[in-house]
Design a protein around this ligand. Structure first.
Ligand code: DOR
Ligand code: ZN
Length: 346
């Protein structure tokens, strides 16, 4: 039986939500990943030191990672939530104070996706400059949801001019193009040394045809929406060859079933519990399993300068039937059988 071992897998873009949903989904990621970059688009978004620390505590609690009265960790299941703040124009003193506690700031254009209403309304460099300069000096990466409010299939490509403006004006700022979906974004990576990208597993597997080509598939609907076959090919090329500026970020974005299977379907694909199995199957199919380690961990460690705790995940080519649901959330490929499963974790 074929098997493949991954060391310290990292999910560099993850939605953990809050409350009962957090309790449902957090253990599904901490089980097989060493750490994840946690998105700040709660309601209200995470914008203060107090909110960030309180959210991190709730994540630990959801993982059963208990702290004593002095905040000393008593139980540790080897998972690091890399926290992010929701991008606003913060002052330098605040960012200096937060630098050790955050992995990045996450920028959303206002209204572009779930819980992004208080995002950036206009990309005015003079207004953003103090924050971006401070981030650059403090080596805090800027993660960006790169979509305009144009025609849905063109939104990411239209955003490329904003990436160019940011990358050229702040050449030392690490800018991460989150969940890229187009050949335009893949090409943009090569043009600026300070641009990086995350890619989801669903965008490596599906195109718009899978979402809306037949019966509408709400559980495959996300933002940015899956694009054309040639776009998927460009993403596959980057991921399968473990391009050093590219990292795995699932963008696993759980919504309860009632919010997906309704008029006005919420955007988000829930992949956390099946991501590594799908990636093994995909990389194996292309004879590229040797590159998976870099894509799911090593590149992220270099780009973010992080050193995750040890975790070894053994996957085997044994069928795994995806559960119909996890709590109130329907995962991608619910009820279908994947070729690989997780056999052991140390
Ligand atoms: O599909 C998405 N869902 N895209 C995003 O950018 C946000 C996410 C969410 O939070 O549900
Ligand atoms: Zn996201």
């Amino acid at each position: 039986m074929k098997s493949h071992t991954l060391l310290m897998p990292l999910d560099m873009h993850l939605h953990l939500r809050d409350g009962v949903m957090l309790e449902t989904v957090a253990p599904l990621t901490s089980y097989s990943f060493s750490g994840a970059v946690v998105m700040p688009n709660l309601v209200p978004p995470v914008t203060t030191k107090e909110a960030l620390r309180a959210y991190k505590k709730r994540i630990y609690a959801a993982l059963g990672r208990l702290e004593d009265a002095n905040d000393v960790l008593m139980v540790d299941d080897f998972f690091e939530p890399y926290m992010t703040l929701f991008y606003q124009n913060y002052d330098r003193a605040f960012l200096e104070e937060m630098a050790d506690e955050i992995a990045a700031l996450k920028l959303y254009p206002a209204g572009i996706t779930t819980n992004s209403d208080s995002g950036v309304k206009t990309f005015d460099l003079e207004i953003m400059r103090p924050t971006l300069e401070a981030m650059s000096d403090l080596d805090i990466p800027l993660c960006v949801h790169g979509e305009t409010d144009g025609f849905v299939m063109d939104r990411e490509a239209e955003f490329m001019s904003i990436y160019e403006m940011l990358a050229s004006h702040f050449p030392k700022l690490k800018i991460i193009m989150e969940h890229i979906t187009t050949k335009e974004a893949a090409a943009m990576l090569e043009r600026y040394p300070n641009l990086y990208a995350t890619i989801t597993v669903h965008h490596l597997l599906i195109t718009l045809d899978d979402v809306a080509g037949g019966m509408l598939q709400p559980h495959l609907f996300c933002k940015p929406i899956a694009k054309r076959p040639e776009d998927r090919e460009a993403l596959l090329h980057l991921a399968l060859n473990a391009h050093p500026k590219v990292m795995f970020g699932s963008d696993s974005a759980p919504h309860p079933q009632h919010a997906k299977e309704t008029c006005g379907c919420a955007a988000g694909v829930f992949t956390a519990p099946i991501a590594l199995q799908l990636l093994c199957e995909l990389f194996d199919a292309y004879g590229k399993l040797d590159n998976l380690q870099s894509f799911v961990s090593d590149n992220a460690q270099s780009i973010y300068g992080i050193c995750p705790e040890f975790k070894e995940v053994v996957l085997v080519e044994t069928p795994f039937t995806v559960p119909e649901h996890y709590g109130k959330v329907i995962p991608m490929y619910a009820g279908e059988t994947l070729a690989w499963s997780i056999s052991d974790i140390e």
